[in-house]
Design a protein around this ligand. Structure first.
Ligand code: GCU
Length: 338
């Protein structure tokens, strides 16, 4: 190839590269433009840490919504209770101050009492049973019950089973007698602990570590991932597998915000929330195992209850059913048989 053809070829290659890169640069600028001028920017509240399954689920939700609306709706996920405790967030959502959140059903039930029937002790035989209920018509019916507090229920997230963890070993129901146990800001949870013969103390999630460390309480109760992520395992070294409750969690939207949106956008939000829930449930399975490993490797003692002892826990909590499901016995039975 002589020099002239060599130059021509080089110019041709340069033109092709410029055209290709130019297109990319153009679409990058376009995307950036979308980034800076969305139609809506909403806040999403989450009280868990950044790498927790529910926070990762929220981020997936936000990404999906951004993608499906071509950047028109941007959702900023604020984790670590940056926007307040769950109770504070739920109150703010009524007025649209916070648009979205993922909350524990225990907290939501303080505002929507019918919800309690989904979290009474030993309700579900196992996790499959709970998902059959929540992913079916009963789950949908309860998502719409949030409307009574001006909220829109979008999807169900997993939070596994809750167990007691304490600073002294609890191997039997009698070991729990007289202990002080932290509970969520939930009347049902407080009554449940009283029914077991312990003294409940309502403490906000972010303060549980210091309450345990300072000896204000002898124990608390939660799933493995929370026990590990919040470092409670460093200060309450006995974890008793009584599996007293399975408390699902919900993604919710403020009704005030929901009503501003078009039917199409509402549909997109619902779909994305449901997709993000499937992702969260996958992450949950892994995190349950890894959290348990971390706690046990650090020297935590896991206590298995004998079937007889577990039965004593179950019987002791029967009074909670009366009080919290008394007027919903039909639905309770339906859930049990589902
Ligand atoms: C779980 C749940 C939190 C809740 C916490 C609690 O960790 O995911 O949302 O605040 O329980 O015990 O308060």
């Amino acid at each position: 190839m002589n020099k002239k053809w060599g130059y021509l070829l080089a110019i041709l290659v340069a033109i092709v590269i410029l055209l290709f890169a130019g297109g990319r640069i153009f679409s990058f600028i376009n995307k950036k433009n979308k980034d800076v001028s969305p139609e809506y920017v909403f806040l999403y509240a989450e009280n868990q840490i950044e790498d927790y399954p529910t926070t990762q689920g929220a981020k997936r939700f936000s990404d999906l919504v951004y993608e499906k609306t071509g950047g028109r709706i941007q959702i900023l996920v604020k984790c670590d209770a940056e926007l307040g405790s769950e109770m504070q967030v739920i109150e703010q959502m009524r007025y649209g101050g916070v648009a979205f959140a993922r909350v524990s059903l225990s907290q939501l039930a303080e505002f929507v009492p019918d919800m309690n029937v989904l979290q009474v002790p030993y309700l579900y035989t196992d996790s499959d049973h709970m998902w059959r209920v929540l992913d079916g018509e009963i789950g949908d019916e309860f998502l719409s019950k949030t409307l009574s507090y001006d909220l829109v229920g979008l999807s169900w997230y997993d939070a596994g089973a809750r167990n007691f963890y304490t600073t002294r070993p609890v191997k039997s129901l009698s070991d729990l007698q007289g202990m002080t146990i932290r509970v969520q800001e939930s009347d049902m949870m407080a009554d449940m602990v009283s029914a077991l013969g312990a003294t409940p103390v309502k403490i906000v999630y972010s303060d549980v570590y210091s309450a345990l460390e300072q000896g204000l309480v002898d124990g608390a109760e939660n799933n493995w991932p929370s026990y590990e992520a919040m470092r409670h395992f460093m200060v309450a070294r006995y974890y008793t597998l009584d599996e007293h409750t399975r408390v699902p969690e919900l993604q919710i939207c403020s009704k005030a915000v929901w009503d501003m949106l078009s039917k199409e956008d509402q549909q997109i939000l619902t779909e994305c929330a449901r997709q993000s829930a499937l992702y969260e449930r996958e992450l949950w399975q892994e995190r349950e195992k890894s959290s348990r490993k971390i706690a046990e490797r650090s020297g935590v003692t896991t206590i298995e209850l004998s079937p007889e002892e577990k039965e004593k826990f179950r019987t002791a909590m029967a009074s909670v059913y009366e009080k919290y499901c008394g007027d919903q016995m039909d639905i309770l039975q339906k859930i049990m048989d589902y």
